[in-house]
Each structure stands twice: as structure tokens, then as C-alpha cells.
Design a protein around this ligand. Structure first.
Ligand code: ATP
Length: 306
């Protein structure tokens, strides 16, 4: 009995380790939605980033050949500026961020970073310069410190807490009995959507990438959380070339440029005030959202009064 119990324990240990590893890898793939067909060109050089300016030139894209998603998209984001992409659900907003990150290759036109077509350089070198704050961050079944350090594994304690402070999550972590050592994820502490997003922001601050993609959560956050996240995002995107996939229009007000996507084309573009003045699609989206927000606030007030 003794003889057999040791190997069994050991197998159990290995099994758990592997299972954990697989779970994380699956989560990563689900998160990244990595298609198999993207490959490096032979002898592809690494991307060389100087200013991190982004251009989409007449970009077309489809997932399925019989259903075009993007039908000719042109825009540029000068170094250090913020562009926001808005539009109805399913318009292709997240698809644009996936093309920039090169999860997929364009089916026409091109995407460049500092003049280099992302298809001509190594995938890894593209992804290394982009920080991604996804809609729904999947956390590893590890400590909160591990999850933030994932942005840069050799970051010091000070850098870690500084990043957490900037992401407005440090104070929350400090209230936990085990602080930064608290286990999170499936088998640990469950964090709210807003908390998870702030962990992702802290991770991105540590990575300090020249380009940032922010895919806002669709789920409604309360006004206070939303403001905290907004100020965290403002911190990270300062002086970085930033692409915001915006679901809540309140976050696009300060973008240098807003693009309104509809039916695979850019329907309108301009700053917030320019677009309001146009009284077009953006203006009507803005009105509708303001009404929805007001209704939600009234509902909250009623609930809180109960
Ligand atoms: P939302 O605001 O709802 O997040 P979105 O504007 O970001 O929407 P995308 O996620 O870019 O929209 O999707 C654009 C269209 O492409 C949608 O109709 C979607 O169903 C389709 N689509 C997205 N991903 C895939 C995929 N992997 N395979 C096939 N079709 C897809």
C-alpha cells in the first residue's frame, strides 16, 4: 500500500499541474481567439517602432467569404493620439482591434504600424508593442500579484504596487486579508467585472506598450466604478497611441478622433463636438445613451431608497 500511494500522489500532483496549465492555455486562446492560419513570412523581420503611428488603408475583411464585415476602412492614428471606434453592435468594432493585433489578416488593403505592414513583420513583434485591455479579462488561478506581473514578470514590488495604484485597484487589494498574495480566478476570489478590468489595466501599465487597445466592457458598470476605470484608462493612454472600442459613449468624449462604423463602412468621423453638431448617427446614439443612463440612474435611486 505504501509503495503505491506515493506514485498515485505524484500522478495526482502532475495531473493537477497539467490540468491547471491546460485550463490557462485554453483561457488564453479563448481570450485571444487566435486563428491557426496566421503565420510569419519567411525571414520576416521584427517590427521597428519609433512613433507607433497606425494606419488602416482601404481595409476589407470577412470571417466567412459570403459575409463581408469591413468594406473599405481608412483611418490613421498619429503617434500618441486616441481614436475611438463606435457603432451599433456587430458593426465590426472589435474586428478592427483584432486586425491591428493580427489575430487575423486583412482580406484587402493593409494595416501598418510606423509604415510597416503588420503581415511583413513577425507576429510576436507586433503583439509585443501592443497592450490589450479586453472586454472580459480572464484571470489565472494564481495570486493577484502574479496576474498583474504577467505584464512584465520581472517587475519589482514597488513597480507592482505603483501600477496597481495607477489602475485604481491598489486600495481594494490592500483591504484583502492576504493582500497581493490573494488567490484569484476560478478557484480563488471572484473579482467583479470592474475589478478584473482594473487588474488588466495594471498589467498593461507594467507592460508599458507604445500602443494600446482598450475594448470596453459592454456590461453596465455603476457610475462610480466607471469613473474610476475611466481615470485609470486616461492615465494609461496618455502619450500612447490608443484605439478604444467604445460601448459607452461617455468614454469617447476626449478622443482626438471618433469613427462611427456602420454596415462595414465609416459613416461619420470627427471629434465629439463636431459629431454632435452634425446631428447624424453619432448624435442620435448619444441621445439614446443619455436617456438610457438617466433611466438607469432613476432605477438605482429607487432601489437605494428601498
Ligand atoms: P459589439 O459591439 O456587439 O461587441 P462589434 O462591433 O465589436 O460588436 P465584432 O465583434 O467586430 O462587432 O463582429 C462583427 C461581426 O462579425 C458580427 O456580426 C459577428 O457576428 C461577426 N464575427 C465576429 N467574430 C467572428 C468569428 N470569429 N467568426 C465569424 N464571424 C464573426
Amino acid at each position: 500500500l505504501m509503495q503505491i500511494s506515493i506514485p498515485l500522489n505524484f500522478i495526482g500532483f502532475i495531473y493537477r499541474e497539467i490540468r491547471q496549465g491546460l485550463a490557462d492555455i485554453e483561457e488564453m486562446f479563448a481570450l485571444l481567439r487566435v486563428p491557426a492560419e496566421i503565420t510569419n513570412r519567411e525571414n520576416a523581420p521584427n517590427l521597428k517602432v519609433e512613433n507607433a503611428a497606425i494606419r488602416f488603408e482601404n481595409v476589407t475583411f470577412h470571417y466567412d467569404a459570403n459575409r463581408p464585415i469591413l468594406k473599405g476602412i481608412d483611418f490613421e492614428v498619429p503617434a500618441g493620439q486616441t481614436i475611438a471606434i463606435v457603432g451599433p453592435s456587430g458593426a465590426g468594432k472589435s474586428t478592427i482591434s483584432r486586425l491591428l493585433f493580427r489575430f487575423y489578416d486583412v482580406t484587402g488593403g493593409r494595416v501598418t504600424i510606423d509604415g510597416q505592414d503588420v503581415r511583413d513583420v513577425t507576429q510576436k513583434s507586433v503583439r509585443d508593442v501592443i497592450g490589450m485591455v479586453p472586454q472580459d479579462t480572464v484571470l489565472f488561478n494564481e495570486s493577484i500579484a502574479y496576474n498583474i506581473r504577467y505584464g512584465r514578470v520581472n517587475a519589482s514590488e514597488e513597480e507592482l504596487s505603483e501600477a496597481a495604484r495607477m489602475a485604481q485597484i491598489h486600495d481594494f487589494i490592500s483591504t484583502l486579508p492576504e493582500g497581493y498574495d490573494t488567490q484569484v480566478g476560478e478557484r480563488g476570489l471572484k473579482l467583479s467585472g470592474g475589478e478584473k478590468q482594473r487588474v488588466a489595466i495594471a498589467r498593461t501599465i507594467l507592460k508599458a506598450p507604445p500602443i494600446l487597445i482598450l475594448d470596453e466592457a459592454t456590461s453596465a458598470l455603476d457610475t462610480h466604478t466607471e469613473q474610476e476605470i475611466q481615470s485609470a484608462l486616461d492615465q494609461v493612454s496618455r502619450n500612447r497611441t490608443t484605439l478604444v472600442i467604445a460601448h459607452r459613449l461617455s468614454t469617447v468624449v476626449n478622443a482626438h478622433q471618433i469613427i462611427v462604423l456602420e454596415g462595414g463602412l465609416i459613416a461619420e468621423r470627427g471629434t465629439h463636438s463636431e459629431l454632435l453638431a452634425r446631428q447624424g448617427l453619432y448624435a442620435s446614439m448619444w441621445d439614446r445613451q443619455r436617456e438610457a443612463n438617466e433611466a438607469e440612474e432613476r432605477l438605482r435611486a429607487v432601489r437605494e431608497a428601498d
